[in-house]
Design a protein around this ligand. Structure first.
Ligand code: ARG
Length: 457
């Protein structure tokens, strides 16, 4: 096949090279954006008098037919045509003849590919934002149900202080809120229209770039032609945001895995979201959660690949940049897949309230509350801490919990302890008393849920 850039060449491309540098196997998924962009470009060329109005019209009709052909599966892309941009141009020329060869006037594949991936990414960001919002709504529903389901909070994976399952869920809701904000922010910087930058130095034709931007729903045009064709910051930002989403999902999954073990037994995954072992009949494994945790690594790898690809590139476009696509696609695909499956997995878990509450009662999660009780009676916190620590040690030796001690036993540690200590160290009371803004007290969590709902409206 004749190359679209064959003029200055005297020899055919080696078939190895052809295969090596072709990107059609993966950039074909950009076809819709590529064609939409070409239609906007052709319309603008017609409007600016660079093409005759009837030429522009015929070209647009041809492009629409190419789109329909691809969508109907009537097209086989060619490796010789290298990438989606030249494949589309070739298909157009096959359809409308010589006129098709005018489509690339005042345009380069360098600004074209930048346009396509920006359009693609804006759509993907919108989809992921919708998925994140859906997950947040599920979290809010679940948190509401468990606003007073007491569980131990941990530091160092050691039982620390009592919280509620609702409060714990709301922590993830906050993470996903930041994730959404990051994506919205990244989308703002993706929303610049690069066509008109040409290969690197713009074009001698007077184009109406704003018209193209408007047709394609871009907020503005890029400012500098060199930057427009060499910038992939938006791809890095997106993949970094995607990485953080994966970090959050992965941490959540790690907890789900721990909680569903016999050692914790806080939750049970639904049969539909767990799998068995081919050898051990008794097993019910949290594979979905493990796989999400495992897939986080792919997305971090995608981010690393993009950063490394870009860091040594002189301005402007370099072919290295063709490597942006697979990383970007993989990051977006992986995040979407994980978000889609995580939501129903979470919604169907069975919460074992009693075991959670029991775990909160063991492990002396109210030891700080005992210290605080003494502080309220005038003891310095350091002294109170020491006294409460000694009481814990005593209980450990006797096999008691703090609230299992008699008043006489308490008084051995501090004469200031009275009957009301039992109320102060009652686990439910310990949670309810943590009314500080952002704290786990049910009334505070309810407010937090209400605010989150309002933000999601
Ligand atoms: N397939 C190329 C890419 O994805 C399109 C731009 C090619 N430009 C060029 N001058 N070879 O980056």
């Amino acid at each position: 096949m004749a190359k679209l850039w064959g003029g200055r060449f005297q020899k055919e491309t080696d078939t190895l090279v052809e295969d090596f540098h072709s990107s059609i196997s993966f950039d074909q998924r950009l076809y819709k954006y590529d064609i939409k962009g070409s239609i906007a470009h052709a319309r603008m060329l017609g409007r600016c008098g660079i093409l005759l109005p009837k030429e522009a019209d015929a070209m647009i009709r041809g492009l629409e037919e190419v789109l329909a052909d691809i969508e109907a599966g009537r097209v086989e892309f060619s490796v010789e045509a290298e990438d989606i941009h030249m494949n589309v141009e070739q298909l157009l020329t096959d359809k409308i003849g010589e006129l098709g060869k005018k489509l690339h006037t005042a345009r380069s594949r360098n600004d074209q590919v930048a346009l396509d991936i920006r359009m693609y990414l804006k759509d993907e960001i919108d989809r992921i934002i919708v998925l994140l919002r859906g997950l947040q709504l599920s979290l809010l529903d679940l948190a509401e149900k468990h606003i007073d389901t007491v569980m131990p909070g941990y530091t160092h994976l050691q039982r620390a202080q009592p919280v509620t399952f609702g409060h714990h869920l709301m922590a993830y809701c906050e993470m996903f809120r930041r994730d959404r904000e990051r994506l919205i922010d990244c989308r703002r910087r993706t929303d610049f229209m690069p066509l008109g930058a040409g290969a690197l130095a713009g074009t001698t034709f007077s184009l109406d770039r704003a018209f193209v931007a408007e047709q394609l729903g871009f907020n503005a045009v890029t400012e500098n032609s060199l930057d427009a064709v060499s910038d992939r910051d938006f791809a890095v930002e997106f993949t970094a945001s995607a990485s953080l989403i994966m970090v959050h999902l992965s941490r959540f999954c790690e907890e789900i895995i721990l909680w569903s073990s016999a050692e914790f037994a806080f939750i049970e995954l639904d049969d539909a979201y767990s799998t068995g072992s081919s050898m051990m009949p008794q097993k019910k494994n949290p594979d979905v959660a493990e796989l999400i945790r495992g897939k986080s690594g792919r997305v971090f790898g995608d981010l690393q690949a993009l950063l490394t690809m870009l860091k040594g590139l002189p301005l402007a476009y370099n072919k290295d940049m063709q490597e942006d696509k697979e990383a970007l696609f993989d990051a977006a695909d992986t995040v979407k897949k994980c978000l889609v499956i995580f939501k129903p997995m979470l919604e169907t878990i069975r919460i074992k309230k009693n075991i959670m509450a029991e775990a909160a009662r063991g492990g002396f999660t109210n030891a700080t509350d005992l210290a605080d009780y003494l502080v309220r009676r005038g003891v310095s916190f350091r002294e109170a801490h020491e006294m409460s620590g000694k009481a814990v040690l005593y209980c450990l030796e006797k096999g008691l919990t703090l609230d299992g001690m008699s008043i006489m036993e308490f008084k051995k540690f501090s004469p200031l302890v009275e009957e009301d200590v039992y109320k102060a160290i009652d686990i439910k009371q310990c949670v309810e008393a943590r009314k500080v803004p952002g704290g786990p007290a049910p009334e505070k969590v309810a407010e937090s849920i209400a605010r989150a709902r309002q933000r999601l409206e």
